[in-house]
Design a protein around this ligand. Structure first.
Ligand code: CU1
Ligand code: ZN
Length: 178
């Protein structure tokens, strides 16, 4: 390769890198709206009928094909979202804000962005799969819940598989198709 060509190549590479770095304002695609739960919906992880159970639910709208996955509990939503094939995907995730709705039968008008939510892990309140993560739109509400029912407040990004399994009943992952 002659020097002129090399210089040209380097300049071109630099330009590409610059473009990539200034991608901050890359088009933010409109986030899909939450889908309401309906009677007969089954949990994508465990297969249970979702509306028979108390506690916050979760749902995912997949990044690629906008497939809707519904979960009986925030616990099962995380069990799916933290799988290696999902954890780095930008799936849209929703959970109920338990400050806005009843534990016994969460209302879908209070679905919030799961990635912005705060979670109480290890409280005494049970969801569909037993111990679960109580989800809240704001940290103070999560703190209030933890003061009353025990547990620790964590942000979405702080939650790991360990939080799902500590004190939580293990159950078969047989229904775990993706
Ligand atoms: Cu279940
Ligand atoms: Zn489930």
């Amino acid at each position: 390769m002659n020097p002129t060509k090399l210089n040209w190549l380097l300049a071109a590479l630099a330009a590409i890198t610059l473009t990539a770095c200034s991608g901050n304002e890359e088009q933010t695609m409109a986030q899909p709206e939450p889908v309401h739960f309906k009677s007969g919906d089954e949990c994508h992880v465990c297969g249970m009928m979702i509306d028979n159970f108390p506690g916050p639910k979760g749902e995912a709208i997949t990044e690629k094909n906008q497939h809707v996955r519904k979960f009986c509990s925030t616990r099962d939503m995380f069990a799916w979202a933290l799988q290696p094939e999902n954890v780095n995907r930008n799936h849209t995730l929703y959970v109920h804000d338990m400050a806005e709705t009843e534990w016994a039968s969460p209302d879908d008008t209070s679905l919030i962005d799961a990635r912005e939510a705060f979670y109480v892990v290890g409280s005494s309140r049970k969801g569909a799969m037993g111990p679960t993560l109580a989800s809240f739109g704001n940290q103070a509400d999560a703190g209030g819940f933890a003061a009353e029912h025990g547990g620790e407040v964590l942000a979405y990004s702080e939650i790991t598989m360990d939080h799902l399994n500590t004190g939580m009943a293990m159950h078969s992952m047989d229904g775990m198709d993706h």
